[in-house]
Design a protein around this ligand. Sequence first.
Ligand code: NAD
Length: 255
Amino acid sequence: MILEGKVALVTGSTSGIGLAIARALAAEGAKLMINGFGDPGEIARECKELGAIHDGADMAKPAQIEAMMQRCADELGPADILVNNAGIQHVSPVEDFPPEKWDAIIAINMSSAFHTTRLAVPEMKRKRWGRIVNTASAHSLVASPFKSAYVAAKHGIAGFTKTIALETATSGITVNCISPGYVWTPLVEAQIPDTMKARGMTREQVMNDVLLAGQPTKQFVTVDQVAALALFLCRDEAASITGANLSIDGGWTAA
Ligand code: NAD
């Protein structure tokens, strides 16, 4: 198993893409801390299956992030692999966009990666090995209307990724972001009603004319496809991939 002896921390890993990445890393022997919200029984079951521990830190709260990083170091060891994945969405025209939603999206989807990364990098530098994988989005490269905070945060995480890749380039650390198109997860399911309202469309119209309209394959990306790419970035063979923004979007951003 290629990640035997490595400690991995995946934020937002109780659901969707993060959970799939956590499963892929655990299957290769990583000692895992998962994070995110959800039903406690379900989370306990997942921890048992993965041999993982769970920390419920709110990624909008820097003090809770710091406590989570410390707990990971204390109970498993400092994170060798950090996956910044937690994210939320809100769909609304800018003039109606609730300021508290803007703040939450910027905090969870972007600033949380700064708070984890600044604490993870010193030990990665000391060991001269580290992998930081940020879940960005096709929206780190292109925009869609009614997603001002999300698009701003994802463009931000792409810039942050490049910056930290340069800062750590000679330290055995790689820093990359993965930019999926539409992946079928609860996050996508949840934005259908608001998109129906914002665009005056039916559910079927939102699925075909909005979500998959720009995805040339006309298929949703799967969480397992994203997890396989994240796992590849953790391999030693991926040591020269750093500062990259890797699209996995069915051709969306090629258009
Ligand atoms: P999801 O809703 O299935 O999972 C989100 C995870 O983040 C959950 O574990 C949730 O508990 C956690 N989370 C939310 N708020 C949190 C907070 N404040 N603190 C800690 N954890 C929190 O969504 P997903 O689709 O798997 O999204 C995961 C990431 O992938 C996000 O960053 C999202 O922007 C990105 N992404 C998703 C898609 C897509 O189409 N689904 C496309 C591109 C990028």
